[in-house]
Design a protein around this ligand. Sequence first.
Ligand code: GLU
Length: 469
Amino acid sequence: MSQQVVTRFPPSPTGFLHIGGARTALFNWLYARHHGGTFKLRIEDTDIARSTPEATQAILDGMKWLGLDHDGEVISQLANAPRHREIALQLLESGKAYKCFSTQEEIAAFREAAQAGKRSTLFQSPWRDARAASHPDAPYVIRLRTPNDGTTVIRDQVQGEVTIRNDQLDDMILLRSDSTPVYMLAVVVDDHDMGITHIIRGDDHLNNAARQMGIYQAMGWPLPVYAHIPLIHGPDGKKLSKRHGALGVEEYQKMGYPAAGMRNYLARLGWSHGNDEFFTDAQAIEWFDLKGIGKSPARFDFKKLDNICGQHIAAMDNAALLHELKDFCAVTGQPPLTPAQITMFEKAMYCLKERAKTYLELIDKAVFILAIRPIIPDEKSAGHLDDVSRSILKELTPHLRNVTWERDDIEAATMAFAEAREMKFGKLAGPLRAALSGRNATPSVFDIMFVLGREESVNRLNDAANGSG
Ligand code: GLU
């Protein structure tokens, strides 16, 4: 590729960064990174009534969490309004646009008459070819002079060639009568000025592309490459609903999905590289291309997301994982980990990160680390602590005092204790779990004891044996 690739993500700050927007951002980011190009972020804040600073912040936070770093400053579309206006006036000057003085009432009357006469209701301004001398001293809009014949062909990298008859396109307004630029003009001018070479976005914008191309052509600007990606559907094949995942990315963050897993899963939503399901960022950047984008809508599937995220957690380096867990605690308002807990987490990572699909699940498995003596068993595990099991625990404790505190030695000592009493280990496991963690479903009791250390383990067993657990 001779030209330097420049992509962009231009969200409207009217709500959270939803999953579809995040995927669009990711595709643009991957494409730019793949080509060693530039990825820009533009906030399309021209709809003043609906745009909020909170939504802008949510978008920035979501992008940050997802690790989609943009190059250069965040661009505000609203701030560029004078430049959009300048281009509209330039088009007027060159005759590619014209002043239209038709009032709302006249346009409505035109449409009514067209409907009654079964003609196209696309407005045809009587001012298109009017001479300047006939212009009244009245408010006007500036309209683009769209060719009446011929076709506009979008050579889309995903959709193929899409042909639209020019007589289906009306002379769109560029500048309103209050001199504010319309959105369609703003997008084209900004994309041109930002040097955008590739526009990758949802296929709900495909129709806009035909209109936007009209502005590029009128200005004599080179067209960007278009890739309109099918929208994400729910598992039922219908439009993505909230229940099926149409949530802000911060919701996924709060559910404890790792950002790396999220990136991997979102990349797979509509793009593929052979049969690869699990991959790293480096692989995604190396592999990403527009050819791999599918033509039919991808289906959002929580099971697949879980599966991929679980693999990312298992594959993550322990230090990085701990760092992420600390962030997760902060984001979800959980108390920060104490130094002692951090030490135990570091020690426990090997048994916690297997089979945890989210950080929430991982922390749930680590509840024995977070619990503080005396451990209060939950309802399910409390049943394991009766007089008989308490006395067994009391007997076991001295055997644990002198073992080398390694996982396998702890296991060997416990097994030897059970064997000497002709007791199945299963009988011992429940009471040990209840005493050590207060739960029924936990990592292996040997892992727990190893991580807790001798003193804490023996203290918890004593608490339970003495009935204070
Ligand atoms: N602001 C538009 C949106 O949020 C994006 C427009 C575009 O990608 O050209 O849907």
